[in-house]
Design a protein around this ligand. Sequence first.
Ligand SMILES: [Zn+2]
Length: 275
Amino acid sequence: MVLEKLDQIIKRYNNQKEIKDGEFANCINNNKVNQNSFACSLCKDRGIILKGETAVPCTCMKQKSIENSFKYARLSKELLNCRFENFNLEYYNSPDGDKNHYINAQKAFTASEEFCKKVLKNPNEIGLLFTGPVGSGKTFLAASIANELIEKRCKVLFLIVPDLLDELRASYTSKSDATEFDLLDIARSVPILIMDDLGAHNYTEWTRNRIYSILNYRMNEQLPTVITTNLDFTEIEHYLGERTCSRLLQMCRIFRLTTHQDIRMQKYVKREKNR
Ligand SMILES: [Zn+2]
């Protein structure tokens, strides 16, 4: 699946801002009554149906809006499959009997589910930070949170940090529609931001400041952020600086995920065994 280009997302985001709850008006303009085939037979693609004397939005509009939210959040096909019900604690069982992987994973999993429930009631709920090596299930949990909340109609943006850095650099050097400020603005102000893989990347002073500005804004506005990283706190401080590091501590609960073996490797072995 090709992810939507950032300038397209921003355009759509701005359009969404304009019409806001105007799904309604939008539907009426989308009148396709003269065509013979309709995607929705209930409202004939008008988006509204009559209930007695009043026009109400058709159920297909709700579906469409959820689909748009998934696109808006920029989740890849792979990540769309990450759901709490598929989170398999078996991967955290260690052959040497070490229970720590399992206990930690269970804590992180419970915290993720709790976060989703709480944030629906409190838009300023404290965020989560998952640390741990590659293949320990951090992104899986972060994406599960995103999917769960999008379905509950929250506005979520899933940013993969290396891609974000590329896009920031591109917006800095090119004349693309997406300006740095648009991108930063959305990352700062989106109700729920997921930053995946805040790792050992090639930060410049300039990108480091941008990351700081996103996190600092979100901390001040108490907007929940979910972060995954394979760095420990000394490393985060080294790559991103002390002030960013200290903000992360304030705005997130921290959970460490570990396994006896990379989960992708465990899956690989299992898959090949069954061939
Ligand atoms: Zn309909």
